[in-house]
Design a protein around this ligand. Structure first.
Ligand code: PMV
Length: 343
């Protein structure tokens, strides 16, 4: 079996040493319009299907890494030291083990996020993408972004899409080592597109997306339908993006999210991330749409909803959903330096 370390050694055959005192980077969060749900290889986070996302501009994670003269890695998240007995700490440290030049190398990792952590707002995606970009900056790895995307994928699947702004596709690939399973940016530019974040619950989700995915793949009687569903959704999404057909884009994204949640509902045990307010929001979206408003939703492994709409309807959206946080994916795209002022 190919291990994560084999992949890292294939990408970085020579031991590298830091080229500067610290590496810094920003990575945006991303929301999938065609979802990644199910792994064909759990060790390497290789997906069953391709997926397609939109990045959330200046919402994401800023990360700084440096070497430390200490016994163990230190991780600081949003100004707080992360305890070494937490799942979060272990996940990051396991990832750092893959790229430690020597076994005595110790890292300091400081991250700031402006989105809730582990609440289905793709915090692990921007977190691992930011970490990989910061490490690449520290070591000045001679790697293309697509190769860094492979490294980010091994931290968290959807992280491989968080290396770019705008629309991004993660190609499924077919090689056993996953060297052809990476993301790349798509050319489509849609400045009028908006994402509205509706937070239902900011707390950590009870079940990680990896656990939920695995349970779905192993137990849902409908999982065999998923690859065809996604491949059709991807085709329709590309067509909608190419022709800027918002109603088609929204329809396919909403249907794809609901299909993913239907798979979870049909798993044993059933997995339901929605809470009562999630369903209430869905019904409000459907009512608004029945009255002619172009608004759709998508939902990830959490209770929060993300609305899709166009800037011309923003006033109406804010009137209907007073608490919505509006994101313009093609505006205010930050430069790394702007995000790092207080790290
Ligand atoms: O990358 P993970 O393991 O956090 O899984 C992400 C799963 C979804 O967000 C639900 C779908 C996606 O494509 O981002």
């Amino acid at each position: 079996m190919v291990t994560k370390l084999d992949v890292v050694q294939a990408l970085l055959p020579k031991i590298t040493v830091p080229q500067k005192s610290s590496g810094v980077a920003f990575a945006p969060s991303n929301i999938a319009l065609c979802k990644y749900w199910g792994k064909r290889n759990v060790e390497l986070n290789l997906p069953v299907t391709s997926s397609l996302s939109i990045s959330l501009s200046n919402l994401g994670a800023c990360t700084k890494v440096s070497l430390a003269d200490a016994a163990t890695d230190q991780i600081i998240l949003n100004n707080e030291v992360v305890a070494s007995n937490t799942v979060f700490y272990r996940r990051i440290v396991q990832f750092l083990h893959l790229i430690r030049p020597t076994k005595d190398t110790v890292f300091n990792v400081t991250t700031k996020t402006n989105i809730p952590v582990a609440a289905g707002l793709a915090s692990s995606a921007c977190g691992f993408a930011g970490l990989v970009l910061a490490l690449a900056d520290l070591f000045e790895w001679p790697l293309a972004l697509e190769q860094l995307s492979i490294l980010a994928r091994m931290g968290s699947g959807s992280a491989c899409r968080s290396l770019w702004h705008g629309f991004v596709e993660w190609q499924v690939g077919s090689q056993a080592n996953g060297l052809d399973s990476y993301a790349y940016p798509l050319e489509y530019h849609w400045p009028e597109l908006r994402i509205g974040l509706l937070l239902v619950d900011k707390s950590q989700k009870p079940q990680t997306s990896s656990e939920a995915m695995q349970c779905t793949v192993e137990t849902s009687p409908f999982y065999s339908l998923w690859p065809k569903t996604v491949s059709q959704a991807l085709q329709e999404t590309h067509a909608a993006l190419a022709s800027k057909d918002f109603w088609s884009l929204g329809a396919v994204a909403e249907a794809n999210a609901l299909a993913m949640h239907a798979l979870m509902l049909s798993s044993t045990p059933a997995i339901i991330y929605s809470q009562a307010p999630t369903l209430d929001y869905m019904q409000r979206v459907w009512r608004a749409r029945a009255e002619g408003l172009a608004v759709f939703f998508t939902q990830d492994a959490g209770p929060n909803l993300k609305l899709l709409y166009l800037v011309k309807d923003e006033a109406k959206i804010k009137e209907l959903f007073a608490e919505v946080q509006c994101v313009a994916p093609f505006e205010a795209v930050p430069h790394t330096a702007e995000c790092l002022y207080d790290l």
